[in-house]
Design a protein around this ligand. Structure first.
Ligand SMILES: NC(=O)c1ccc[n+]([C@@H]2O[C@H](COP(=O)([O-])OP(=O)(O)OC[C@H]3O[C@@H](n4cnc5c(N)ncnc54)[C@H](OP(=O)(O)O)[C@@H]3O)[C@@H](O)[C@H]2O)c1
Length: 278
């Protein structure tokens, strides 16, 4: 019997998760499908609970709502209030948050150890919650959260420890790491989350991803800073989702990353203006 998995969100058309999971199923020789399905807030409960679905992922804007729908919430879901991965075992609906582990593994890939360091986190939405939880769990020394809507930033900081604060005004002092967890960079017309010429920082991590790196990551690299966009994090969160669904199997990371890069390039090419005929 084909095992069915879905990505539930709104919108989902731009997602490359189907290609990433298809690459894993193919490498494993597994009879399984993963499709992106656009679901409204009202339709989410029925979609998650569909009896023919083995599991799936949840994306914007439903991660918080999904956290309340699962029977068994992981510690990451309880800590962040957000669920991006669910599966059914013996009739019990389980939920976890693989953005947390995906972020941690992507940081490791960048060679960053955040213990005792000073970090600037831009944003206070679902992705920022996952990053903030990961960073405090890793023993960050000081976490400075900045968000366009101050009250949201304050709310996130309050949920965390005394090492976390929200500030206003331009960032000062040296940061060991800056993380963009806003959505700035998704649209090619977007400005930078922050002008890196105006901050003293060592390493740059962008949760947003784009073929060839986001404009902000390219800005960082042009300044000589080590910088990573969100693609490895996306692939790692997909691998952790696969581990939740298939605990006995090892996700084929290289195949998944290759499929992700190819899918991004296909999307980028599809959006490029037509070349004039020679
Ligand atoms: N790489 C990965 O695996 C991965 C995983 C999760 C998310 N992401 C990416 O992370 C980004 C955020 O996702 P999310 O789930 O956290 O979304 P979200 O919950 O909707 O939060 C969006 C965040 O962006 C800020 N923002 C939106 N427009 C802005 C603007 N014009 N100027 C300044 N700040 C702005 C929001 O600030 P306000 O509070 O002021 O609205 C909020 O902090 C998305 O681009 C998503 O694709 C990547």
């Amino acid at each position: 019997v084909t095992q069915r998995f879905q990505l539930l969100g709104d919108p989902v058309g731009h997602s490359i998760s189907p290609e990433i999971h298809a690459a894993a199923f193919q490498a494993w020789g597994l009879d399984a499908t993963y499709t992106a399905v656009r679901v409204s807030a009202l339709g989410l409960e029925a979609a998650v609970g569909h009896e023919r679905l083995r599991g799936g992922n949840i994306t914007v804007p439903h991660k918080l709502r999904a956290a309340a729908l699962v029977d068994e919430a992981s510690p990451e879901v309880r800590a962040t209030g957000a669920c991006n991965c669910f599966w059914r075992d013996d009739g019990v609906l389980h939920g976890t948050n693989t953005d947390v582990g995906g972020f941690i593994r992507a940081l490791e890939g960048l060679g960053v150890d955040v213990e005792g360091t000073r970090v600037l986190l831009l944003g206070a939405g679902g992705a920022a919650r996952a990053a903030a939880h990961a960073l405090t769990g890793l023993g960050v020394g000081a976490l400075d959260i900045r968000n366009r809507t101050l009250s949201r930033g304050r709310l996130l900081a309050q949920r965390l420890g005394p090492e976390v604060s929200t500030q206003t005004g331009p960032p000062t002092g040296r940061y060991d790491l800056i993380v963009n967890a806003t959505r700035l960079g998704l649209d090619p017309e977007d400005g930078w989350p922050i002008d890196l010429r105006a901050v003293d920082c060592a390493v740059v991590f962008d949760m947003v991803y784009a073929a060839g790196g986001t404009a902000w990551v390219r800005h960082a690299r042009a300044l000589g800073l080590p910088a990573q966009d969100g693609l490895p994090m996306l692939v790692h969160q997909a691998a952790l989702s696969l581990r939740s669904w298939f605990p006995d199997r090892t996700p084929p990371l290289a195949n998944m990353l290759y499929a992700a890069e190819a899918a991004l390039e296909t999307r980028a090419a599809a959006w490029a203006p037509e070349m004039p005929a020679l």
